[in-house]
Each structure stands twice: as structure tokens, then as C-alpha cells.
Design a protein around this ligand. Structure first.
Ligand code: IPE
Ligand code: IPE
Ligand code: MG
Length: 249
């Protein structure tokens, strides 16, 4: 473990989600094309995966491409998809070595063939790894996810497989792309933007939010530890009062 961290091992967030933002601005600041930022962002992805696994995070969800990102110039979208496919291929070895299981959420059907093929392959090959789940949000939009959940729940009602009065929070949860995962504990967004951008709207209901000015390609291990340290200083009250929380600690 990195010597610069002094984190409590008892308060590690179980599920961390990250909006990896600021690649384009990072490149622009250096007088380069946006894609240069995306390429350099890959190293940050590597480091954050490693750092998360090392401190005992169990689920790491990374927002890599949103449903809205399809509206970017075709050239940028194409390059991002090629970068995704080649990174998946390259990272398989280290995922295996680190015992990390890959999963993906989003409208994966819309991904180009090559990216989907690499994705499916890595998911299959890492399926039995159990140190940490790396969950990639690709062509992901929370509103689409909710629409799809409503559709599948409605179908069950129409087919008499489910009674309306039995629909509860769990039913909704079970029909989201994240059905098998717990709620997000900690949400990090880089690049200074303070918005959610259609990411995990249901799942972050009680997450702690963390915004940093650091642009994604500059966000490395120590920045991640700093974020976790901030998380550890927060008091999660869930509507209760402070005294009630302390009693149970
Ligand atoms: C995040 O960086 C990567 C993706 C959304 C794919 P951006 O590409 O959004 O970079 P900025 O926000 O324009 O700087
Ligand atoms: C959010 O970043 C999506 C990802 C990081 C994949 P964007 O750069 O697309 O978000 P907006 O457009 O600034 O809200
Ligand atoms: Mg952005």
C-alpha cells in the first residue's frame, strides 16, 4: 500500500462511482487534440482501479461513455470506441493478475462490434474473479435505464407475473442494469463540473458526493486516496441525528 495514505480500514466505501471528466480540457491546455486527453486518461483509469482494489473497495463503477456522448463529433466517438476496444484487450492480463471481475452497464447493444466483442470476452474471462468488481458504464444513461426498468416491470404486470401492490423499491432496484450491486456510497467527479450528467440517478440517492477541480488525466492514486480520506471524514446520517449514528459505531 502507498506510504502516503493513512486511511481507516474500517470506513472504506463499498461501492465507489467515478465520473471521469476533463480529458478534452486537459489536452486543450497542452495545445493538443481532445483525443490526446482520452489516451492519457487511460493511465488514470489503470491507477484508480489498482488503488481501489488495494484499499478494499468492492465495487468500482466508472462512467466511460454516456448516452449523450453519442452526439459528439463522429471522429471523436469513433476514436473513443477504438480506444475502448484496444484498452480492454490490453488490460485483461492485469485484471486477471489483480483478481478483478469486469462488468458493464448501459445500452451495450449500441457499441460497435469490435468494442462489444472485446468487452464480452473480458467479462467472460474475468467472471470468477472476486477481489473487486470493475463496472464500466458504457453508452450508459440513467434515464434510459429507468425507462427499461419500467418497461420490464410493466410487462410482468400485464402477464400476471407481478401484482401492482407488490411493486416496491426492491422491484425497481432489481430491474436496473445494476440489479446485483449495492447502492453507491461515494461518487467522485473530476474536472470541476458539479453535475450528475445522467449517471446512476437511483443508485446515488444517499451517496456522498465529491467534486475536484483536477482533470481526469491528472487524477492519480494519491488523488483517489485524498478523496477517500474526505469520505472517511463525512458523517452519513440517513435522515437521523448525529447521536443516533454514534451510538452504533
Ligand atoms: C471525459 O472527458 C471523457 C468522456 C466523456 C468520454 P471529456 O471528453 O468530457 O473532457 P472535457 O469535459 O470536454 O474536458
Ligand atoms: C459525463 O461527462 C460522461 C462521462 C464522463 C463519460 P460529459 O463531459 O459528457 O458531461 P457533460 O456534458 O459535461 O455534462
Ligand atoms: Mg466532459
Amino acid at each position: 500500500m502507498n506510504k502516503n495514505i493513512s486511511l481507516s480500514k474500517y470506513r472504506i466505501p463499498y461501492h465507489v462511482a467515478v465520473i471521469m471528466d476533463g480529458n478534452g480540457r486537459w489536452a486543450k491546455k497542452k495545445g493538443k487534440l481532445r483525443i490526446f486527453g482520452h489516451k492519457n486518461g487511460v493511465q488514470s483509469v489503470r491507477e484508480i482501479i489498482e488503488a481501489a482494489a488495494e484499499i478494499g473497495v468492492k465495487v468500482l463503477t466508472l462512467y466511460a461513455f454516456s448516452t449523450e456522448n453519442w452526439s459528439r463529433p463522429k471522429k471523436e466517438v469513433d476514436t473513443l470506441m477504438t480506444l475502448l476496444a484496444s484498452s480492454l484487450k490490453k488490460e485483461l492480463k492485469s485484471l486477471q493478475k489483480n483478481n478483478i471481475q469486469l462488468r458493464a452497464i448501459g445500452d451495450l447493444i449500441n457499441l460497435p462490434k469490435q468494442a462489444r466483442k472485446e468487452l464480452e470476452e473480458v467479462i467472460k474471462k474475468t467472471a470468477s474473479n472476486d477481489r473487486m468488481i470493475l463496472n464500466l458504464a458504457l453508452s450508459y444513461g440513467s434515464r434510459n435505464e429507468i425507462v427499461n426498468a419500467v418497461k420490464s416491470i410493466s410487462k410482468k404486470v400485464v402477464n400476471n407475473e407481478l401484482k401492482i401492490e407488490n411493486i416496491d423499491k426492491k422491484t425497481i432496484n432489481n430491474h436496473l442494469y445494476t440489479f446485483s450491486l449495492p447502492d453507491v456510497d461515494f461518487l467522485i467527479r473530476t474536472s470541476g463540473e458539479q453535475r450528475i450528467s445522467n449517471f446512476l440517478l437511483w443508485q446515488i440517492a444517499y451517496a456522498e458526493l465529491y467534486f475536484t477541480e483536477t482533470l481526469w488525466p491528472d487524477f492519480r492514486k494519491q488523488d483517489f486516496y485524498d478523496a477517500i480520506s474526505e469520505y472517511q471524514s463525512r458523517e452519513r446520517r440517513y435522515g437521523k441525528i448525529s447521536e443516533q449514528i454514534k451510538k452504533h459505531e
